[in-house]
Ligand binder design. Structure first.
Ligand code: REL
Ligand code: ZN
Length: 417
């Protein structure tokens, strides 16, 4: 057993936090087999929707002007606006600088074309390997939607499961949030469903989910919900959850992940960048956890105002696993605040972070920034213990980090090592 003393405690925690391999349990990344769906490289990074909303604030043109540009022109314009005309101090802009640095580029040259040229010589497979290695990520959970025709064909050809580093999560937003569209999609795929809620429709929707969970080997079902999501309620969502989602999850023995508190298209002119956060009612999660004690729920919420209550709720229900600092919460100050009170309320029995990456190289900054904060919070707690005479060993620090960054997720799935 390696004793860690006061002098090297902080460095030890930081070193271990920076090097512990990570399971990234919610991303919008894809394995290379998914072709064009896997986004990577300078232009995709610069046109990330987080940077689109930040840059358009400086523009006086019509919104349509931005969308009329090619991707490369958009990237050049965002670079000029957010990095050269102003300093990249926001989380997303500083994240881009972290990426460039870790990829070995000289950021002081400020020469975008040099960076582009280096990456142009790489294959997507090489870049995936390099980035996973730099970021220290060994397992990535994708977001998978069988209603997306490009994605569907990859699964149907059997190529979706080839890369063992990537795992699937079956996304069910359309079924819960846009039933008319879901009915059409299901019918096109040969499922005998109708708009009216009938026994037949319930059975066919269950059949669809079950077949796709098996085809994808999906680790969990996932949905993002608006902030006004209520449960139980006399509405489509409650019926779908009670009569389709829960029975299917139980049959397949997988958790149901709900990401609650998004208000879509607050400014439709911004596309993906036009979504907003919204306060939610935590009692919907409470009702689900109480009604279905055998069902596991992975929950994250988007409003800062909901975080403390949600964390307290996790003390009441062991079938509730809270995860990540989602989207607008994935900024230094809030990640630190949330990680701190989560540890204070739950110890290490939660999943402190997921990346939500859409562009592959983002793994580098999202995880580097988060690991540092997790290390800082843990080091403070260990240091306090140390003053009381309780000394953590290096093995114990590793165990705690492994729980936070890997095992809590796998264990919750019933797939722990
Ligand atoms: O999974 C979701 O619903 C969200 O994370 C996404 O809709 C969002 O656009 C994502 O890029 C946020 O980080
Ligand atoms: Zn997401």
């Amino acid at each position: 057993q390696t004793e860690v003393n006061k002098v090297n405690l902080r460095q030890t925690v930081e070193r271990l936090a920076m090097s512990m391999p990570v399971t990234d349990m919610h991303t919008h990344l894809y394995a290379p087999e998914f072709g064009e769906l896997l986004l990577w490289g300078i232009d995709e990074l610069l046109t990330y929707h987080y940077l689109i909303s930040e840059s358009i604030r400086w523009s006086e043109e019509e919104y349509s002007h931005f969308w009329s540009m090619t991707k490369r022109e958009q990237a050049d314009w965002i670079w000029q606006t957010l990095f050269l005309d102003h300093s990249p101090v926001s989380e997303a802009t500083s994240g881009f600088i972290t990426i460039l640095t870790r990829l070995g580029f000289d950021v002081s040259s400020r020469n975008l074309d040099d960076y582009r040229q280096v990456l142009a010589k790489r294959s997507v497979n090489e870049q995936v390997d390099i980035v996973m290695q730099i970021a220290g990520i060994d397992k990535i959970v994708m977001t998978n939607d069988p209603f997306d025709s490009i994605e569907r064909s990859v699964w149907l050809s059997g190529n979706g499961k080839k890369d063992p580093r990537f795992y699937a999560a079956l996304r069910v937003d359309t079924l819960l949030n846009d039933w008319p569209v879901a009915v059409k999609e299901l019918q096109n795929l040969g499922y005998d469903v109708q708009m009216e809620w009938s026994k037949q429709t319930i059975e066919e929707t269950r059949r669809f989910l079950t077949e796709w969970i098996i085809r994808m080997d999906a680790l969990y079902l996932a949905v993002s919900m608006p902030g006004d999501f209520e449960y139980p309620a006399e509405d489509h969502r409650s019926k779908m959850i009670d009569e389709v989602m829960i029975p299917v999850c139980q049959g397949q023995n997988i958790p149901f992940a709900l990401m609650i508190g998004v208000r879509r298209k607050v400014n439709p002119l911004l596309g993906l960048a036009g979504d907003m956060s919204m306060r939610s009612d935590v009692s919907a999660v409470e009702a689900l956890c109480r009604r279905y004690p055998e069902q596991k729920f992975l929950i994250t919420m988007l409003a800062r105002e909901n975080q403390h209550e949600l964390t307290v709720l996790a003390r009441k229900f062991r079938n509730l696993m809270i995860f990540g600092c989602w989207w607008f919460l994935h900024i230094e100050s809030i990640v630190e605040e949330m990680t701190r009170f989560r540890v204070e309320l739950l110890g290490t029995s939660m999943i402190p972070q997921h990346s939500d990456c859409r562009v592959f190289e983002q793994l580098i900054y999202k995880w580097e920034h988060s690991r540092k904060i997790i290390a800082k919070v843990l080091a403070d707690k260990y240091e306090k213990l140390h003053y009381s005479g309780w000394n953590v060993t290096e093995e114990e620090i590793k165990r705690d980090l492994d729980d936070l960054l890997n095992q809590n997720f796998w264990h919750f799935l019933g797939k722990g090592q």
